[in-house]
Design a protein around this ligand. Structure first.
Ligand code: PBG
Length: 332
């Protein structure tokens, strides 16, 4: 016999009024859970809309600094900065990734100078800088693992020196977390944390991001399936996460988000680590497009999608809706 039987139990009693619903709610989303991914471009006083992400813009560094200040005022603790590298700086071997004066390094220094209290996260991967759009070095059709890792170590050190607080390797090469950790420590950046994109799937939902950083044209019909994960695999995600933790990841990430909330839950339960999830560009585009057509209530869909991440076990969510959500949560 079940413990819960009608009419002793009427679940609707706890849904009758706003105060009681509020009192028994299991999951509370706050701006402190949000990380805002933003795109930076060259120039001054420039804002460039991204057509496949309506409402998201690339900002020149001066405008990014202002936006970062506003984000802190909304209670957003951290931003993840992605550079839209000019096409003429992209090369087969992605050397610009190691330039301490590159766009992302200048952006990080500028933000940290004016808004030192905001957390700054930087991706480590070569795709913003490679002429072929891949995250690693490409040689005769193969993505080289260990040679890429050597570059990623240097990229991480350059970004840490610019002042970023958290290094987020998003490239999915094997062994990169341990190598980057040792590299950072040897360079005196033992305080810089690593947020590993541990279970990152080869997903169609990254399309608009590749438009935003200008890598989709370069990647053309290529895909990243020799390094990013097969969407059909769940157990493998746990092995990827286990490796990254063993190698020194401070926090782990699952990406994309909404189609992979089962993985978020499994990772959280298996490891109890600070677990992040990325509501990626394609997820943003779906909600924004439907709302733009009047097919969805944007505000409600945004908050529902984000609370679902938290319910699944995510401690933090990278989302292009961070500012909208923080405003909605402040009003609530
Ligand atoms: C690059 C990177 C990607 C994203 C974050 N870092 C794209 C990719 O792997 O092709 C996707 C983010 C998004 O779609 O919002 N390593």
């Amino acid at each position: 016999m079940s413990l819960f039987e009608f009419p002793n139990h009427r679940p609707r009693r706890l849904r009758r009024t706003p105060w009681i619903r509020e009192m028994v709610t299991e999951t509370r989303l706050t701006p402190a859970n949000l990380i805002w991914p933003c795109f930076v471009q060259e120039g001054t006083d420039l804002t460039t809309p991204i057509p496949s992400m309506p409402g998201v813009e690339r900002l020149s560094i001066d405008r990014l600094v202002v936006a970062a200040r506003r984000a802190t005022q909304l209670g957003i603790p951290a931003i993840a900065v992605f550079p839209a590298t000019p096409a003429d700086k992209k090369t087969a071997y992605a050397e610009e990734a190691l330039n301490s004066e590159n766009l992302v390094c200048r952006a990080v220094r500028a933000v940290k100078e004016v808004v030192p209290e905001i957390g700054v996260i930087c991706d480590v991967a070569l795709d913003p800088y490679s002429s072929h759009g891949h995250d690693g070095l490409l040689e005769q059709g193969e993505i080289l693992n260990d040679a890429t890792v050597e570059m990623l170590i240097k990229q991480a050190i350059v970004q840490a020196a610019a002042g970023c607080d958290v290094i987020a390797p998003s490239d999915m090469m094997d062994g990169r977390i341990g190598a980057i950790r040792r590299g950072l420590d040897q360079a005196g950046f033992e305080h810089v944390a690593i947020m590993a994109y541990s279970a990152k799937y080869a997903s169609a939902f990254y399309g608009p991001f590749r438009d935003a950083v200008g890598s989709s044209g370069n990647l053309r019909s290529g895909d990243k399936r020799t390094y990013q994960m097969d969407p059909a695999n769940g157990d493998e995600a746990l092995r990827e996460v286990a490796l990254d933790i063993a190698e020194g990841a401070d926090t782990v990430m699952v990406k994309p988000g909404m189609p992979y909330l089962d993985i978020v839950r499994r990772v959280k339960e298996a490891f109890g680590m600070p677990t992040f999830a990325y509501q990626v560009s394609g997820e943003y585009a779906m909600i924004a497009a439907a709302a733009g057509n009047g097919w969805l209530d944007r505000d409600k869909a945004v908050l529902e999608s984000l609370v679902a991440f938290k319910r699944a076990g995510a401690d933090g969510i990278l989302t292009y809706f961070a500012r909208d959500a923080a405003k909605l949560l402040q009003r609530a």
